[in-house]
Design a protein around this ligand. Structure first.
Ligand code: NAP
Length: 245
């Protein structure tokens, strides 16, 4: 053990990769999960589950557990915990590194993509669609209820907590998804729209490549803005280097 204590805010594939590398380095790492997913994919190393109780609770946790470094490797759209991590780390003077994989905009954006600020914007931008494929996650599904009379195909990890309209099909699965299976999904559903968040990464990019190839329009929900003043890195290797430094 190096004596260094790291709190890793997780819930992403990158967080699991980083946990493995930190354990390899003999660093005392605890991954924190929100507890939002029924059967989470667990990282190596110690794990704690559940909210901290806002910024104050997280700040107290950092002190109580003598944390030396916080890595916020949560999902790009998990903006509440990222803001809380920044505030708590500043309050108690613990270094914080934000690990956020790049979005899909830079390398893959096509002219069949429409960018919107939030899911309400996606509902407006996709008003033309009759057979949309919605992949923005369980928590966002209620925002699509204005499409109750459309043949929505929604893909989620856990069961949604709303009454599903009769015309909708909800499939439960967890990525990664390859290009061929995403082509098949779009074709079998005869999808005329794909709705996605700009999650980035490789695990779920197949749907974008398949839609772009098949000429299916895509509506992409932009990421929330980064928390100002937080040191951010894009790769697991950079996050490891930041901790070791
Ligand atoms: P959020 O809106 O930013 O956070 C809501 C609350 O959940 C936070 O205030 C915090 O509760 C708790 N929380 C979130 N992440 C936590 C963590 N890693 N450890 C302990 N508590 C955590 O987050 P969300 O969008 O609901 O996402 C929840 C988790 O799922 C995140 O950890 C994220 O990495 C993962 N995830 C999210 C998405 C997405 O699209 N949003 C996709 C894939 C995975 P307290 O205030 O009580 O501390």
């Amino acid at each position: 053990m190096s004596g260094l204590r790291v709190l890793l805010l997780g819930g992403t594939a990158e967080a699991r990769e980083l946990a493995a590398l930190l354990v390899d380095q003999g660093i005392d790492v605890t991954t924190s999960l929100a507890g939002a997913v029924r059967r989470p994919q667990l990282p190596v190393g110690a794990v704690r589950v559940g909210g901290f109780g806002g910024t104050a609770g997280l700040a107290a946790h950092l002190v109580d557990h003598a944390v030396d470094h916080v890595v916020d490797a949560t999902h790009p759209f998990a903006d509440t915990i990222s803001a809380n991590a920044a505030a708590a780390a500043t309050e108690v003077g613990v270094p914080l590194t934000r690990l956020e994989r790049p979005g899909w905009g830079t390398h893959r954006a096509a002219d069949t993509w429409t960018w919107v600020d939030d899911v309400a914007g996606a509902v407006r931008a996709g008003a033309f669609a009759r057979r949309p494929f919605v992949t923005t996650g369980r928590q966002s599904l209620a925002a699509f209820l204005p499409w109750a009379n459309r043949a929505v195909l929604a893909r989620v990890v856990d069961p949604p907590d709303l009454v599903i309209p009769d015309r909708w099909v909800v499939v439960r699965s967890r990525g990664p998804y390859d290009l061929e299976s995403e082509r098949r999904t779009l074709r079998v559903h005869s999808a005329d729209l794909l709705v996605t968040k700009d999650s980035g990464g490789t695990h779920t990019v197949g749907k974008l490549d398949a839609a772009t190839e098949l000429g299916v329009p895509v509506v992409v929900v932009r990421r929330p803005p980064p928390v100002p003043g937080v040191r951010a890195v894009e790769t697991v290797a950079e996050a490891l280097a930041a901790v070791l430094a």
